[in-house]
Design a protein around this ligand. Structure first.
Ligand code: FAD
Length: 502
C-alpha cells in the first residue's frame, strides 16, 4: 500500500495560488508524509493583482492558522464589508452588495418576502437600510460578526483587501518555516512517462531538476502543464463576459481607507478601487472590442483620487475555464484553471475551492480517473455558479446605453441565471443549490441593485396584517441604525487591532 502513497508534490508557480496551495499542504502534511517543492520564476514574476477577497477567505486563514492581527499587519490589509456598484444603471445609480445578511437574525430568507410585501404596498424604505453590513460600510465603520445567533451583529459579514505581493511573500515565509522547498528558475523542460503520459520531472533554465508524483499547476495564465503539456482545453465564456483587458495602477492614499471595494461602470467596462493601509489599488477592466488601450488608460488616470504611484500595468485575459482542471497527475489551481474577471473578487475564492477539493480528494500515485472526474465535476459546478452571478451584472444595465452595455443587454444568458431571474420576479424567491457560493443576500442585493423587481411574496405572510409587517420592519431598521452607531470607525478598529497609534 505504502508504495502507492504520494511522496513528492511539485507546485509550479509562486503567485497567490502557488503559495496558498503550498501553505495548505504544509499545514495538513504534518508530520510530513511527502516533500513539497515550489518552483517560481523571478524573471516571469506574478500577475500582482488580486487584492480583494470574499468572506470564504476566513476558511483558508483558519485552515492554515494565520493570526488575524499579524496577517493584517504583514499584508497592509483592510476590511471589506462588500462592494459598492456605482453607475451600473446609468449616471448617479449606486447600490451595495453586502457580505452580511439582511434583516434581524431570526428573519433569514423571510426578510426578503417581508420587505417585498411592504414595498408592493408602498411602505418600505430602501432595502439597504435593513442590512447592518451596508449601513456600517456606508458610515465608514467596522465591527466583526459575532457568534451569538441572537445578536444583530451576527448578521455582519466581512472579508479583506490586501497587497497581493506582500500576501505571497507572507505565505512564502509561512511555508518555508514549515519545510516547503523553494526553487527559483524558469521551467524549460518537462518530462512525461512514455506510457501513462504522467508528468515525471521538471527542469529549469538554471539546470535544477525536480521529480514528482503529483504536480500542481499554479503557473497563472500560462497554464504551463495543464494546457501546455496535457492540452486540457479551454471553454470560452467571453460571449457572456466580454471584458478581456485590464490596466492596474496604485495611487497614494488620500484619506482613511473605506471598508469596501468600489466598482464603477464606464462606457466600455468598469473600474475598481481597493483601499489598503498604505495605498489604493485601482484598475480598469474593459473590452478591447469597445475601447482602445489609450481610451481605457485615459479613463483610469483621469479618475484616480490620489497621485499615481506607477504607470498603468496592462493585463490581457480571456474569460472562461479549463475544460478539465485535473488531468493525469496534474491539477490546475488559480489562473491556470481559468479566469472569470474580477468584478466580484472571486478568483482567490476559486483558488481556495480548488485547494479544499484537492485536500478532500488527495490521490494515490496512480491518480485514479474517478477522483479526477469528481474534482472536475464539483470544481466545474462552483465556477459555473460564479459565472452566472457575474453575468447578471452585465446583463441588467437598463440605465446605460453605450455599445458594450447594449450588446450585453441583448445577449442570451445561461439557463440557470434565466431561471433564477424568472423565479425572483414572479415569486420573490431566490432559488439556490446547496453548494452555490453566493447565497440569497448576495443575489437579492445584486438583482435589486441591477433593477429587477419581485411582483409577489410568500403568501403565508398574509396570515398577519400589513401593519404588523411594517412595524416589524421599522423595528429592524431602527435596531440596525442603533447598532451601527455603536461601532468604531474602520480606521480606528484596524489601528487598535494591529497596534498602531492614531
Ligand atoms: C485584472 C485582474 C484583477 C484581479 N482582481 C482580483 C481580485 O480583486 N480578487 C481576486 O480574488 N482575484 C483577482 N484576480 C485574480 C488573481 O489575481 C489571481 O487569481 C491570483 O493572483 C492568482 O494568480 P496565480 O497565482 O494563479 O498566477 P500568477 O500570479 O500569475 O503566478 C504565476 C506564477 O507562475 C510562475 N511561472 C509561470 N511560468 C513559469 C515557468 N515556466 N517556470 C517557473 N515559474 C513559472 C510565475 O513566476 C508566477 O510565480 C484578478 C485578476 C486580474 C487579471
Amino acid at each position: 500500500m505504502s508504495d502507492r502513497r504520494i511522496r513528492k508534490v511539485v507546485i509550479v508557480g509562486g503567485g497567490t495560488a502557488g503559495w496558498m496551495t503550498a501553505a495548505a499542504l504544509a499545514k495538513v502534511n504534518s508530520p510530513p508524509q511527502f516533500e513539497v517543492t515550489l518552483i517560481e520564476s523571478d524573471e516571469i514574476g506574478i500577475i500582482g493583482v488580486g487584492e480583494a477577497t470574499i468572506p470564504t477567505i476566513h476558511w483558508f486563514n483558519r485552515l492554515v492558522g494565520l493570526d488575524e492581527a499579524e496577517f493584517l499587519r504583514e499584508t497592509r490589509a483592510t476590511y471589506k464589508l462588500g462592494i459598492e456598484f456605482a453607475g451600473w444603471n446609468g449616471a448617479g445609480s449606486r447600490y451595495f452588495h453586502p457580505f452580511g445578511r439582511y434583516g434581524a437574525p431570526a428573519d433569514q430568507q423571510m426578510f426578503f418576502h417581508r420587505w417585498i410585501r411592504a414595498d408592493l404596498a408602498g411602505q418600505a424604505d430602501s432595502h439597504q437600510d435593513y442590512s447592518l453590513t451596508t449601513v456600517t460600510a456606508m458610515a465608514g465603520k467596522f465591527g466583526p460578526p459575532t457568534n451569538d445567533p441572537n445578536s444583530i451583529f451576527s448578521t455582519l459579514g466581512c472579508a479583506y483587501h490586501f497587497d497581493a505581493g506582500l500576501y505571497a511573500a507572507y505565505l512564502r515565509r509561512y511555508c518555508e518555516a514549515r519545510g516547503v522547498k523553494r526553487l527559483e528558475g524558469k521551467v524549460e523542460a518537462i518530462e512525461q512517462h512514455p506510457e501513462t503520459g504522467f508528468v515525471t520531472r521538471l527542469a529549469t533554465h538554471r539546470g535544477d531538476s525536480v521529480e514528482g508524483d503529483l504536480f500542481i499547476d499554479c503557473s497563472g495564465l500560462r497554464a504551463l502543464l495543464i494546457e501546455g503539456i496535457l492540452e486540457a482545453g479551454f471553454e470560452d465564456w467571453s460571449h457572456w463576459l466580454p471584458c478581456d483587458r485590464a490596466l492596474a495602477v496604485p495611487c497614494e492614499r488620500i484619506a482613511d481607507p473605506i471598508p469596501y471595494t468600489r466598482a464603477t461602470a464606464h462606457g466600455f467596462g468598469w473600474q475598481w478601487r481597493i483601499p489598503l493601509q498604505h495605498r489604493t489599488g485601482n484598475g480598469m477592466v474593459y473590452s478591447s472590442a469597445f475601447a482602445s488601450d489609450d481610451e481605457a488608460a485615459d479613463g483610469l488616470l483621469a479618475t484616480l483620487d490620489g497621485k499615481a504611484l506607477a504607470d498603468p500595468r496592462p493585463v490581457k485575459f480571456r474569460t472562461g475555464r479549463r475544460r478539465k482542471s485535473w488531468v493525469k497527475n496534474v491539477i490546475a489551481i488559480g489562473l491556470s484553471s481559468g479566469f472569470l474577471e474580477p468584478l466580484e473578487s472571486t478568483s482567490i475564492h476559486l483558488i481556495q475551492s480548488g485547494i479544499a477539493k484537492l485536500l478532500s480528494l488527495f490521490p494515490t500515485k496512480d491518480c485514479p480517473e474517478e477522483t479526477a472526474e469528481q474534482f472536475n465535476r464539483v470544481y466545474g459546478a462552483d465556477v459555473e455558479s460564479v459565472r452566472d452571478f457575474l453575468v447578471l451584472h452585465y446583463k441588467r444595465t437598463e440605465g446605460r446605453d453605450e455599445p458594450l452595455w447594449r450588446h450585453c443587454q441583448a445577449m442570451a444568458v445561461p439557463e440557470g441565471l434565466a431561471a433564477k431571474e424568472a423565479n425572483f420576479t414572479r415569486t420573490g424567491r431566490i432559488v439556490l443549490s446547496t453548494d452555490e457560493l453566493f447565497r440569497d443576500s448576495s443575489w437579492f442585493a445584486v438583482m435589486m441593485g441591477q433593477g429587477l423587481r419581485a411582483t409577489d411574496y410568500n403568501p403565508l405572510l398574509d396570515s398577519f396584517p400589513e401593519a404588523d409587517n411594517k412595524a416589524h420592519l421599522d423595528r429592524v431598521r431602527q435596531q440596525i441604525a442603533q447598532a451601527a452607531a455603536t461601532l468604531p470607525s474602520h480606521e480606528d478598529y484596524l489601528r487598535r487591532l494591529i497596534g498602531l497609534p492614531r
